[in-house]
Design a protein around this ligand. Structure first.
Ligand SMILES: [Fe+2]
Length: 481
C-alpha cells in the first residue's frame, strides 16, 4: 500500500488573523464573489440616481503569510452597488491578478507579506511568476478614457469590465510601464487624467497626462530636484499646476537589506510641495516644517494672473502614524495651505479641530477649481477604532468653515463619495454615499445622504445581503448613454 504525503507548505507561517484589527471584525475579508438584486431599501432611493458606486479595498483571499500591513497590502476586491429607478443591486469581485489566481489554484497563500520579502519559487508558481512581488491593485478605482481601472500604489493598474470582471494589467499601450499612482485626478474642464509615479530608482518621481480618450498626452516626465526615493500617496491639480506634497518619508533599501524598515521618516528634512506647471515650464517649490499627508481634498488657483496663490486643502498629520502602530497617538485634520508660486512662501492652518479624520472628498466636478464642501470619515472618540475605521461622517463647508457631523452610532463608515444629480450643476441637489457596517451584528449597508442636509442622516439605506468589509476608495460611475 502506498500513501501520498502532502507537500509541506513553504514560506512564513500565517499571521494570527483573529487578533489583527484589519483582518477581523468589520475588516474581516470575504471570500465569495456574489451578485444580488432587488435589495431591501429603507427610506427612498432618489429616482434620478442612476449608476454604480464602486469601492476598492484590501481583502486577502487567504490568511497572509508572515506579516500584514494595512492599508499597503492584500488582494483587491471591488464592491459595486448599482442604483436605477429606485432599486438597487450589488456585486463584488476580486481583482484577479495572476498572483491571486495562482494562490486560488494552490488553495492557499503563496506570497509572503511585504515585511517578509518572501516570494514563491518556480516549483510553486511557474517561471513567469517566480520571484515576482504581488501586484496589489487594491486601493482605488477610476473610470477614464473608456476604461475602468483598479488602482495600485505606484504600479500598473488593472482594467476591469463594467461588470467588474478583471481584464488585466494596464500599461496604456506600453507608454506607462512603471504604472501610475493610486489617486490620479481627472480634470473636469479638459477631460485629462493627470497622474504621477514614484519608484526606487531614478527618475524617482515622474508625472504624466492621459487625454480624454485614454491616449498618452504627456509621457512620464521627471520632477527635478528629487534625488532620493520618496513615498507620495495622493496628489492634486489646479488649472495651472500639478500639486505634489513630498513629506520626508523615504525608501531606504539599504536599511531594508540589513533587516530594518524599508520606510524612513526624517522630519529634519521638512516637507516640500512641488507646484509643477501643467504647461511644462519649470517646477516651483515651497518648503515648510515636516508634516505628513495621505490625502488631498482638492486644490485651486485663486486667480488667472501669474501671482495667483495656490490653495491646497488636505488632511495633515504630524507624522505617518498608520505605518508605525506602536508609536504614540497622532491626530489629523483638514488643513488649508496657501502657497505663493512665485516666492515659494506657504502658510498652513487647520480648517477643523484636528481630532482624527481621513478620506476627504469633494464634488469631483470641482476638481482643480474652487470647491465647496469637503466630506470625510471621522471619529466620535466614543469607542476605540483602528486606522481606517470611522464612526461618523463630517462635512465641512469651506466657504463658511462650518462643519456638520453625522454620528453613525454602531456603524463603521467608509469614504464618502459625491453623486451629482443628473443634469444639475447645483451640488446641494446631489447626494453623498458610502458603505457602512454595523459593529454589533456585522450587517452592511449602502447609505445615501442628501447633500442639502447631510447632518440629518441617511435618506435611504440599502441592506446588502452579505458583509462588505471596510475598505479604501471608491467612485460613482454614472450610467453611460
Ligand atoms: Fe488613498
Amino acid at each position: 500500500m502506498t500513501t501520498t504525503v502532502p507537500p509541506v507548505p513553504s514560506g512564513p507561517p500565517p499571521v494570527d488573523a483573529a487578533h489583527d484589527p484589519h483582518l477581523s471584525g468589520v475588516f474581516e475579508p470575504v471570500i465569495d464573489e456574489i451578485d444580488a438584486g432587488d435589495l431591501e431599501v429603507t427610506g427612498e432611493l432618489p429616482p434620478e440616481m442612476d449608476g454604480m458606486y464602486v469601492r476598492n479595498g484590501p481583502n486577502p483571499r487567504f490568511t497572509p503569510l508572515g506579516s500584514y500591513i494595512y492599508p499597503l497590502e492584500g488582494d483587491g476586491m471591488v464592491h459595486g452597488l448599482s442604483v436605477s429607478g429606485g432599486r438597487a443591486r450589488y456585486a463584488n469581485r476580486f481583482v484577479h491578478t495572476p498572483m491571486l489566481d495562482a494562490e486560488i489554484a494552490a488553495g492557499r497563500a503563496l506570497w509572503g507579506g511585504l515585511m517578509t520579502g518572501y516570494t514563491p519559487g518556480a516549483d510553486e508558481v511557474g517561471p513567469s511568476l517566480a520571484g515576482t512581488m504581488k501586484d496589489l491593485p487594491d486601493i482605488n478605482v477610476v473610470r477614464h478614457g473608456g476604461k475602468l481601472l483598479a488602482l495600485a500604489e505606484s504600479a500598473p493598474p488593472y482594467a476591469l469590465t463594467p461588470e467588474l470582471a478583471t481584464v488585466g494589467r494596464e500599461t496604456f499601450g506600453g507608454s506607462l510601464p512603471a504604472g501610475i499612482c493610486a489617486h490620479p485626478k481627472v480634470d473636469p474642464r479638459t477631460g485629462e487624467m493627470v497622474v504621477f509615479c514614484y519608484g526606487l530608482e531614478a527618475p524617482y518621481l515622474t508625472w504624466s497626462v492621459l487625454g480624454p480618450d485614454g491616449g498618452t498626452r504627456r509621457a512620464p516626465t521627471a520632477v527635478p530636484d528629487v534625488d532620493t526615493p520618496v513615498m507620495i500617496h495622493d496628489m492634486a491639480i489646479t488649472e495651472r499646476f500639478v500639486v505634489l506634497v513630498l513629506g520626508p518619508m523615504y525608501f531606504d533599501v539599504a536599511a531594508a537589506m540589513r533587516g530594518g524598515s524599508l520606510l524612513a521618516w526624517r522630519p529634519e528634512d521638512g516637507t516640500r510641495i512641488a507646484l509643477i506647471p501643467r504647461d511644462g515650464s519649470p517646477v516651483r517649490w515651497a518648503h515648510t516644517d515636516a508634516f505628513w499627508s495621505w490625502h488631498s481634498a482638492n486644490a485651486y488657483d485663486t486667480g488667472d494672473g501669474p501671482d495667483a496663490t495656490v490653495v491646497l486643502d488636505y488632511v495633515e498629520w504630524s507624522r505617518p502614524g498608520g505605518l508605525s502602530p506602536n508609536t504614540s497617538p497622532i491626530v489629523g485634520g483638514i488643513t488649508r495651505a496657501e502657497i505663493d508660486p512665485v516666492s515659494g512662501s506657504i502658510t498652513r492652518r487647520f480648517l477643523t479641530d484636528p481630532h482624527g479624520m481621513e478620506f476627504p472628498r469633494v464634488d469631483d466636478r470641482r476638481l482643480g477649481q474652487r470647491h465647496g464642501v469637503i466630506a470625510l470619515g471621522t471619529k466620535t472618540g466614543r469607542v476605540e477604532l483602528a486606522n481606517g475605521n470611522f464612526d461618523a461622517v463630517l462635512w465641512l463647508d469651506t466657504a463658511t468653515e462650518r462643519a456638520v457631523t453625522w454620528d453613525a452610532g454602531d456603524l463603521s463608515v467608509g469614504e464618502p463619495c459625491f453623486v451629482p444629480k443628473p443634469g444639475d450643476e447645483d451640488a446641494t441637489h446631489g447626494w453623498w454615499v458610502t458603505f457602512a457596517t454595523d459593529r454589533t451584528d456585522r450587517s452592511s449597508w449602502f447609505v445615501v445622504f442628501a447633500a442639502a442636509d447631510p447632518g440629518a442622516g441617511p435618506v435611504a439605506k440599502v441592506r446588502i445581503p452579505v458583509r462588505v468589509p471596510l475598505g479604501l476608495h471608491g467612485a460613482w460611475l454614472p450610467t453611460e448613454e
